[in-house]
Design a protein around this ligand. Sequence first.
Ligand code: CUA
Length: 327
Amino acid sequence: MQSWIPLVPDSASTFSWQVDALYFYLSGVTLFFALLISSVLIFFVIRYRRRTPWEIPRPVAGSHKLEIVWTIIPFLIAMTMFGWGARVYFTQYKTPADAIEVYVVGKQWMWKLQHATGQREINQLHVPVGRKVKLIMTSEDVIHDFFVPAFRTKADVVPGKYTTLWFEATKPGTYHLFCAEYCGMNHSGMIGSVIVMEPREFDNWLSGNTSSTTPAVAGQQLFQTLGCASCHGANGEGGRGPALAGAFGKETELQDGGKATVDERYVRDSIINPQLKLVKGFGPIMPTFQGQISEDQLVQLVAFIKSLSTGGQTQTSAPAPSATPQK
Ligand code: CUA
């Protein structure tokens, strides 16, 4: 399905029209000035051409008035672009709290996705229409970039950290997913699709795929086998290590006097580099797990620690959250 202007891709998210409007404004301003300047140029070339070989032009003195005018007008126009662009940017990068979460791991050359309810997908992402979806993304190797043109959004997927992206699809359908960062030989083949479904269809799809354990449950098992429980307590209640239950999403005081918000990135950093941001009152006794666990496993641990604060996601067969909007 093409949109009415064949120059732009399908438009299927809540902010695609905002991006389009801004884009058309930029194009319009550019076109207007390109025409204005080239016509004035042509006019001057003809009007003030040298008529005889001996002609000496009249000397021209500067004009402050003119200079002020051609400084202030472009400045104001540039500020409208800045203001408008910043607004669109902030809507895209401020992730809403009520989004359903999907974990994304990029690697040469594929996308691995896992829903909070456990369903895994490769190069495909099923989402319900009309619901906010948040992607928590990282890479196993080099920088990739998750790009869905129909949603007018993209974000880099970077090794060693989590980046996020959110969208709300407005139209059921199948949309292209691209890697938008050159990542090696098969970069152009690192593609897939986002399948936007009606809420009921999506619920059916979810319940037809519940065989896999949720990331939070897998994380709980890892938490035991890696020995985390010996310091953080079997249920994350704390001990020789800081308590994990209830910590996610809150601010914690650090040993060096600073503060840190316990989010996905903080948890990941603390597993890989425990000495970096020590919680106040605890010594540097935790070993690093760098190189010992994969990105998938890190995602699971993060999901488990998160579930200790949000609750409800640690059952083995987590009930699929209904995609039907609740009012
Ligand atoms: Cu991954 Cu380009």
